[in-house]
Design a protein around this ligand. Structure first.
Ligand code: SAM
Length: 323
């Protein structure tokens, strides 16, 4: 499913980037892309053009990913259980704004962000979407005291922490999470490593891996492989301009895990961990399940499951959630 920002959110983003000249925005977008691919480093506090570039070219992708993750959350957790969400490393509040599209309007939001320059834009974007989050300036460290919330989300943030601090920070996030901790990272080996380590550590403390995993066993991905999937994102004119891109969409690859205190309603036995291979008369699906990684082949002679397999998507469940 392709994700497009709502009209009020798009307009609020356009207003944030309006004052930045196009060449400056393009240069900042290029620097941001370099940093995202690990080629250059950005400081702990972004400059105003960096923040505008983030809103133009990264926000639509991280928003779309966070929304896809919250939709997964809705499928595996009982409805109505999330009344408060803490978004750490919130930046412009992306994960909270995406949650607001999925959860009840009564949900309360807290943002924690170390870059002071994000606080006002985050408040303006939230206001445009009818949200009034408690926006706090603060750095997440092993000693940070976090107020309890039903759900805690760290979206594209944990990879920015020094490796030596990450374990203690994940522990602190889990202690603050009454119902669930959601971790989202780039769909790269490094991003998945953050996800896999947090999963392994918290499963040992009694957590459940509610999604994308369909089991609480050891992750069967080999050390040189990584669990990730694409999310299709619609590119606005501002997004295309800042990136000098022609296509009206892009695919953002991400890794994630939803860790819960209660047993989730998984509703499916396996997760499709690679792009399905469709051949005439049969489809190969690479699945992750409790018994490890397996390739299954679904043939036309398998009847209705063949139809499901032809429609199956990388990242979906097998059988499909609604199947
Ligand atoms: C790549 S941005 C992600 C922003 C947003 N969560 C999203 O998904 O679009 C990472 C954010 O985490 C923040 N961050 C990184 N380390 C942090 C820390 N130790 N404490 C608080 N915020 C942190 C950065 O300042 C930045 O705003």
């Amino acid at each position: 499913m392709i994700t497009t920002l709502s009209e009020p959110l798009s307009r609020a983003i356009e207003a944030e980037i309006a004052g930045v000249p196009a060449p400056v925005l393009r240069a900042a977008a290029a620097a941001l892309s370099g940093a995202y691919r690990g080629k250059t480093a950005l400081g702990a506090a972004l400059s105003p053009p960096d923040r505008a570039a983030y809103l133009a070219v990264r926000f639509p992708s991280t928003f779309a990913v966070a929304k896809a993750v919250w939709r997964e959350f809705e499928r595996v957790m009982p409805p109505g259980g999330i009344r408060s969400i803490l978004d750490v490393g919130a930046g412009p509040g992306t994960a909270a704004l995406a949650a607001q599209d999925v959860f009840d309007s009564g949900t309360r939001y807290t943002y924690l962000e170390r870059d002071k320059g994000w606080l006002d834009p985050a408040k303006r974007l939230a206001a445009a979407c009818g949200l009034k989050p408690d926006v706090r300036l603060g750095a997440l460290t092993p000693n940070t005291k976090l107020d309890p919330h039903d759900a805690v989300v760290a979206s594209y943030a944990l990879n920015e922490l020094p490796q030596a601090e990450r374990t203690a920070v994940v522990d602190a996030l889990w202690r603050a999470a009454g119902t669930a901790l959601v971790i989202i990272e780039p769909g790269t080996p490094k991003g998945f490593d953050v996800v896999r380590s947090a999963r392994e550590m918290l499963l040992a403390q009694g957590a459940h891996a509610a999604a994308p995993c369909t089991h609480d066993g050891a992750c069967p991905m080999s050390v040189d492989d990584w669990c990730h999937r694409p999310q299709r994102v619609s590119r606005s004119a501002a997004h295309r301009g800042a990136k000098q891109a022609q296509l009206g969409f892009e695919d953002e690859k991400f890794s994630f895990v939803i860790l819960t205190r209660e047993s989730p309603h998984r509703g499916a036995a396996a997760r499709i961990v690679r792009k399905p291979i469709r051949n005439p008369g049969h489809v190969h699906l690479d699945l992750c399940a409790g018994d490890g990684l397996n390739r299954v082949t679904v043939a036309r002679s398998d009847g209705p499951s063949y139809r499901d397999a032809r429609d199956a998507a990388w990242g979906g469940t097998w059988p499909p959630y609604d199947g």
